[in-house]
Ligand binder design. Sequence first.
Ligand code: PMP
Ligand code: GLN
Length: 385
Amino acid sequence: MKPANSVLSGYGVTVFETMSRLAIETGAINLGQGFPDDNGPENLRRLAADAVVDGPNQYPPMMGVPELRQAVAAHNQRFYGLDVDWQTEVMVTSGATEALADCLLALIEPGDEVVLIEPLYDSYLPMVRRAGGIPKLVRVEPPDWALPRDALEAAFSEKTKLILFNSPQNPAAKVYDADELAFIAELVERFDAYAVCDEVYEHIVFDGARHIPLMTLPGMRERCVRIGSAGKTFSMTAWKVGYMTAPAHLLGAIAKAHQFVTFTTPTNLQRAVAAGLEQDDAYFETLTAEQQAKRDRIKAGLEAAGFETMHAGGTYFLSVDIRSVGFDGDDVQFCEHIIREAGVAAIPLSAFYSDGDVRHFVRFCFCKRDAVLDEAAAALEDHFA
Ligand code: PMP
Ligand code: GLN
């Protein structure tokens, strides 16, 4: 029989799915795949439930229900001072994953170069390649994940169509500062490129730092797509409601991909997410404060277990160097080892590199109940003691 598409069939099942399955099979505490272990805000769940019962339950408008598009525009204004026209510059998608795919399918012409920064989220490379893009990879390196400016500049060329940029960055937990963003913006402008900005962790930024959308920098309003996710901002990853903000000339093109990929997203979830985005500042401040406390808690627990931890300035992930506990093996072996021997699941960082050559870091997800974090840390401490 004829083979399936060679780009996608070259990839295995994602590491998140694999580790979650193994955690279920072994009964391990799952600090692997990134999802909270509570159910998300009850007010939003009630709104979504009522919206299903009351209807309508037929196709909503392709671009998203007006109240959510208006709420996304207002959220842009409230947090970042961005003036956004909800009718021509906002689109709702089925998760940030769809938003990313739509952007890549719509903007990349086969042969275009795409700049990416490793370690990177797992859907980026397969989708860039499937769209015919040629990845140009640079790396931020642990322990401080500094931006390699010379390498980044060298990765741009006249053939660069776009940079796929993630801040706060999963899994490095790096939050790009104003100076780094200005450097990136200058390259985007100089090489007449676009920036697809994955900002799903925009409200999970610690230690008083602020998330700065690249779109807010001079010259960037016309060149950036800004992507958010209700999964992260409202702790309901199963909902798969994403939203993007882009200048009309780009959004129109990207909507062509959306209309043939999913076309719409469930109405009830969109309406609940609209109410979520309209919540007062206290909701967002609490989200940040709670995750920061959890970051501190897991960091202390992992350090007590003997791990050298990496700085986590944002996201709900913290990485450790497995050499610090004297583990003699690579990150994948380490994850297999602790899931079976300590009952804790984590994610090997090599999964976030194109050639998997960085093999001594693993990522723990900390958006879990305190008791769960304590139990996991204690199990690791017992095991490595
Ligand atoms: N981008 C990054 C960096 C992520 O960590 C995630 C989380 N899964 C996504 C995109 C996908 O978000 P969603 O669940 O809304 O599709
Ligand atoms: N973003 C989540 C993570 O990094 C996983 C999402 C997924 O499983 N696709 O863990």
